[in-house]
Design a protein around this ligand. Structure first.
Ligand SMILES: C[S@@+](CC[C@H](N)C(=O)[O-])C[C@H]1O[C@@H](n2cnc3c(N)ncnc32)[C@H](O)[C@@H]1O
Length: 204
């Protein structure tokens, strides 16, 4: 099985997430979407079954990138009142000349080991417009119960061949890669939603 292959968990993913976390993962993902401007080009990375899509406000082009064929199929089945470009690819192989005002990483960065995470962040940086915003929702290593964390890692290692064997310190990683945290909201069970700008790139 290839790494980060979520095909086999796609049919159960939303139910499982609701069972363990209730609506809090979705609420956390939706929190910073108010930052999206009505002409902003938006890229969602690893959007899963697309639950987040109904919370995206009016924007410019909306690209939804997902590597799992079965996750993407579910996302496409949702009803929308706008056009969405669904992109079926591995983000690490994604090429485009487009630049985005907003890139959203909803429980996406926690899939990668250190080397791939570095590549993902560098790539996200390249794709952001100079004043671009990065919205990250994920688990904070320090705030997440270790039993819960280990159970999730074992589950996804088993069923999705998750690339990473540990939850990396994503906030420090982003900071080291020149992303400056602008606002953060902490939720229960170690979940956070944070808004980042690139250091030195933000226009006044
Ligand atoms: C933990 S799930 C989160 C799904 C969704 N964002 C949510 O919060 O419900 C991670 C998602 O990222 C996708 N993914 C993992 N690695 C990827 C990659 N290299 N390129 C694109 N998508 C990827 C998986 O297929 C999966 O749908």
């Amino acid at each position: 099985m290839a790494v980060n292959d979520f095909d086999s968990v796609a049919p159960y993913y939303d139910c499982l997430s609701k069972l363990v976390f209730g609506e809090s993962l979705l609420k956390a993902q939706a929190y910073h979407l108010k930052e999206i401007g009505d002409k902003d080009r938006v890229l969602i990375l690893g959007g899963g079954t697309g639950k987040l899509l109904e919370y995206i406000p009016k924007s410019g082009e909306l690209d939804f990138l997902e590597m799992s064929h079965r996750m993407l199929k579910r996302a496409k089945r949702r009803k929308f009142h706008r056009s969405i470009n669904f992109i079926h690819t591995d983000f690490l192989e994604f090429n485009t000349d487009k630049r985005y005002e907003v890139i959203i990483c909803p429980f996406f960065l926690d899939c990668f080991d250190e080397q791939s995470l570095h590549t993902v962040i560098v790539k996200a940086k390249e794709l952001l417009s100079p004043n671009g915003k990065l919205i990250v929702t994920d688990f904070d290593r320090k705030g997440t119960n270790s039993l819960l964390l280990q159970s999730m890692l074992i589950f996804f290692k088993w069923f999705a061949n998750l690339e990473t064997t540990q939850l990396l310190d994503l906030k420090s990683f982003l900071k080291k890669n020149d992303f400056q945290e602008n606002e953060i909201k902490i939720y229960k069970k170690g979940v956070f939603s944070a808004l980042y700008y690139q250091v030195g790139k933000r226009k006044r």
